[in-house]
Ligand binder design. Structure first.
Ligand SMILES: Cc1cc2nc3c(=O)[nH]c(=O)nc-3n(C[C@H](O)[C@H](O)[C@H](O)COP(=O)(O)OP(=O)(O)OC[C@H]3O[C@@H](n4cnc5c(N)ncnc54)[C@H](O)[C@@H]3O)c2cc1C
Length: 596
């Protein structure tokens, strides 16, 4: 069965022990927030997700969405769950107070998202897209558009979508053809066909606010000629309520491998009325604001699935009786031992465990930087935080979704044949999590973004927020007996990362294909080293606390065991990643295109 208990203890550890939550609450924007409030919010969020969303996960997958005459119906129970989501104020949690939001840190919002994605990834896409659309609107929309649309999007009464993809243009948005024609009244008329639009049409909200990329007639060719428009499903009356239907219609929904309760729509824009968001031809800039928020959000999808897959696999591994422990029967009264005794099953469980806990720790670090980048007290503080978020966004998106899929796969393996059949809901995790490696820019594109844009930006300045704390930690803890060999392991992996960074910078400058060939392995390497740093810090915190008797003793001892597993069984991959990066592009590019 799909099993989920909200990981509240670990969230608390990450927020207040591993990271410094008081740094956020010291900011003026969060002066009314404290750790107790965060804990209460997450507890309530845990109840909502596990009691309302989880029970709809398997039924939503089986039922899927239906399209009839342009109307999309979500599976049974989704409308009611969405109503509860809005009434509970969850849609407004980290939205800005000036438009009716609750103004909590994004860090708390991301932890709520993790629980939503763990319990019902399909459901999570609806508010997820609204959140991304709001980011672009807030940053680039006119005051009038913001006042008209943001409050209703924050309350969840209206939802959002993001319309980039067309049949002939996915990664390469410079190819897009949707046209926008300016009107005398300052609005635009949009025509074109979009595909794969998540939450493009559905029955959950009263209006859908599409953010659409399109090309003006006088636009330069390629990516520099794209503008962003706001196109509502229903045009607003003078009093701001939804009125006449706009010229946008759902012409089909995609039949796909997973996230079946999320409507993935084909949308036809036929002379649809729209409003420009940001400057003409600068749509990509505005869209990137939305995409960056979405990319972090998609990374969190990977984390959510990693957690629920882990918990489900653990529950099964404790129940399923097969074979005997290699060390001799551990449960002689039973006809066989539960499979949790077997080293190979533990390899899978421990891998899933460190995937989820490591990503949670790293995700919270990045989320906190996101909050500081937006609300930090001085400019330098904000800039440093922004640099760090810029560097880590592709890492969170790609590594978390890779690891989420790995965990889903390992959960299925733990269940054996019972995972492959549909009854337990484990194969759903595999199907649902797979898309996260593809949408919002494939993981290969994230890696190119990392090596091609984020590393060279500002002469490598983005790296400081990661490299400096790691180097300082190593220097401070070389002799720390609590950490033992761990610091040596971290130092070795960090050394490999520094060498790889230098090589990519040097070779990539002469030959961009060299950087492209190294990109995916480099992204995993920088991700692993970030996790290794956080696991080492975890141990430094957990060891002294693990000696104190009390209810938390097991929590800290388990943290230490997980960290050791990560160092013994996961971090060694950094050596092979470095060798692959060092090998360069030669063998990858050796065959002529027509030799494949
Ligand atoms: C379920 C689902 C939901 C989606 N939701 C949305 C949505 O809400 N809004 C929206 O606009 N889109 C959405 N998409 C589209 C999604 O973002 C794209 O599928 C994705 O960006 C990849 O584009 P593509 O499928 O055209 O693949 P392509 O761009 O054709 O890429 C194919 C392969 O080539 C690689 N590749 C392409 N170009 C390069 C390059 N320059 N260098 C190296 N490798 C390259 C890619 O990494 C990939 O492996 C969704 C897609 C799906 C399936």
């Amino acid at each position: 069965m799909q099993t989920y208990t909200p990981p509240l203890r670990d969230m608390k550890f990450v927020l207040t022990e591993l990271h410094d939550f008081s740094r956020l609450t010291a900011l003026e924007a969060f002066s009314e927030v404290d750790a107790d409030l965060a804990e209460t919010v997450l507890e309530e969020g845990g109840k909502f997700t596990s009691e309302v969303l989880l029970p709809l996960n398997m039924s939503g997958d089986r039922e899927g969405c239906r399209l009839e005459n342009g109307v999309v119906t979500t599976p049974h129970g989704f409308r009611d769950a969405y109503r509860q989501f809005c009434e509970g104020g969850w849609s407004a949690l980290s939205a800005p107070p000036e438009y009716g939001g609750q103004g909590l840190p994004e860090t708390i919002g991301m932890m709520l998202s993790e629980m939503i994605c763990a319990t019902n990834l399909s459901f999570g896409l609806y508010p997820g897209l609204t959140g991304g659309a709001m980011v672009a609107l807030r940053k680039y929309g006119s005051e009038e558009l913001k006042a008209q649309y943001l409050p209703k999007m924050i309350s969840g009464e209206w939802s959002g979508s993001m319309c980039l993809t067309e049949a002939h243009c996915g990664t390469d948005l410079g190819l897009l053809r949707t046209k926008a024609v300016p009107q005398e009244d300052g609005t635009y008329r949009l025509s074109g066909a979009k595909i794969f639009i998540s939450a493009g049409e559905h029955d959950l909200s009263e209006n859908i606010i599409h953010l659409v990329l399109a090309r003006l007639a006088d636009a330069p060719a390629g990516i520099k000629g794209i503008s962003l428009f706001l196109v509502p499903k229903f045009l607003l009356r003078d009093d701001g309520t939804p009125g006449e239907r706009n010229g946008v219609l759902c012409t089909g929904i995609e039949h796909k491998m997973g996230i079946k309760a999320s409507a993935t729509c084909q949308l036809a824009f036929d002379d649809a009325k729209g409003w420009l968001v940001g400057a003409p031809h600068k749509g990509m800039q505005a869209m990137f604001a939305m995409m960056n928020a979405e990319r972090l959000g998609v990374g969190i999808q990977g984390l959510g699935i990693a957690e629920v897959a882990y918990q489900s696999a653990v529950a099964y591994a404790k129940e399923r009786l097969q074979g005997r422990s290699l060390a001799g029967a551990k449960y002689p009264a039973l006809p066989a031992d539960p499979i949790v005794v077997h080293p190979d099953v533990r390899r899978m469980l421990m891998t899933m465990r460190v995937n989820a806990e490591g990503c949670r720790a790293l995700g919270a670090w990045v989320a906190m930087a996101l909050d500081v980048a937006e609300h930090g007290g001085d400019e330098r503080e904000r800039r440093d935080a922004e640099d760090f978020v810029a560097l880590m966004t592709p890492v969170v998106k790609a590594m978390f979704t890779d690891l989420g899929f790995e965990s889903a796969n390992l959960a299925m393996q733990t269940y054996g044949g019972h995972g492959y059949i549909a009854d337990h809901g484990v194969e759903q995790f595999v199907r649902d999590s797979r898309i996260a490696m593809i949408y919002e820019g494939t993981n290969g594109i994230q890696a190119l973004d990392l090596v091609g844009r984020k590393l060279p930006a500002h002469m490598g300045r983005n790296l400081r927020g990661l490299f400096h704390p790691i180097a300082a930690f190593i220097a401070e803890n070389k002799e720390n007996p609590l950490l033992g060999e761990m610091v040596t392991g971290l130092e070795r992996a960090f050394g490999a990362l520094q060498l790889a960074t230098g090589q990519i910078a040097e070779r990539g400058m002469k030959d961009p294909e060299e950087a492209g060939a190294a990109a995916t392995d480099y992204l995993r390497l920088i991700g692993l080293v970030s996790l290794a740093y956080l696991w080492a810090r975890t141990v430094a915190i957990a060891v002294p606390k693990s000696f104190a008797a009390g209810p938390d003793q097991a929590f800290y001892s388990t943290k230490i065991a997980s960290a050791r597993f990560f160092y013994d069984r996961v971090l060694p991959e950094s050596a092979s990643l470095y060798l692959k990066i060092k090998a360069g592009k030669a063998s990858m590019m050796a065959l002529a295109d027509d030799a494949f």
